[in-house]
Ligand binder design. Sequence first.
Ligand code: SAH
Length: 362
Amino acid sequence: MLAAKDTRPDLADLDLPALEALFAREGFPRFRARQVFGWIYRRGQTEFAAMTNLGGELRTQLAHRFQITTPRLTHEDRSTDGTRKFLFELRDGRRIEAVYIPDTPKQTFCISSQVGCAMDCDFCLTGKMGFLRNLTPAEIAGQVRVLATATGLAGTSFNIVLMGMGEPLHNYEAVMTSIRILADAQGMAVAPRRITLSTVGLIPAMERLAQEEIMPNLAVSLHATTDEQRDRLVPINRKYPLAALVETCKRFPMKRRHRITFEYVLLEGINDTPDDARRLVRLLTDVKAKVNLLPLNAAPGIPYERPSDARVDRFARLLAERGLRVSVRKSRGRDIRAACGQLIVDGQKKTSAGRLADAMAT
Ligand code: SAH
């Protein structure tokens, strides 16, 4: 039997100002909103009945009118290197993944922003799933709540990277609401400088981001140094080409000493030659940049090879010698398919008949 859909508004979709406004509209005192927010994000408590400082009657009323949802953790894999991959099942049966990467040098949670992805980058497995749907703020911020509890890191300081499944700027509103929720001093109070948003370079959304009050660090997936090359690897380049993207990065407001991270996946023989390195240096002249090299995590169905360590070193050295800041991302959790570009949940692309059969079987 299909359960009747719960249509009560989900308080986990709201940042604190929106929660306060909702409470005010419903005739509840404003400070109650802060209390509820604190229960969810400081204490990890989502049952109204357990929110003991609210008073019995209010708890009953809240439970009647609202719900607080949390993505359901259904499976966990542990890598030999300590990385842990979490599989979540969402209320519509869709599944997403998030990753905990220990000591890099800080503890890091890598979370998803969409089910699948529409960007279709040529070397990324998530792209092969296609785009299924956007995540809600409850589903995005909820991943952090669950990971913080599962890893015992609730109440400590950790990094969050929006580098899981999906293109975060393609789900702008929900992602920004989640960032406000996570950063709020009344809740988890994750400092915005501990949050990094990685994008393929959706220029209008980047321009919007530039106006935000709470601003995460920015990482841009560059991956190529000519439009011809990038059109093929990162198809959105046909709409937002390199020169315009770099121009947007130059204008992006940044605090002193801050830099945009440019991610550059290294594909053997494709974009890892000395000429590529020199073009990359030229492209990023006048940009406050650091480059993060990602040697490809190869996978079946991905038509590229990972370069040897020697080639990676040569590329990194060419950048460093010309004054670019450069780091090589250590690939973590490859044995459990938790590394960059490897997040994919099998069997989600179903015909509607298949989905119906599944729904009727539960
Ligand atoms: N959609 C966003 C967020 C994903 S972040 C973005 O593209 O920036 C994940 C990073 O891993 C991106 O830089 C992505 O291009 C990179 N990546 C994707 N597939 C990869 C692979 N197979 N090996 C290494 N890095 C990969």
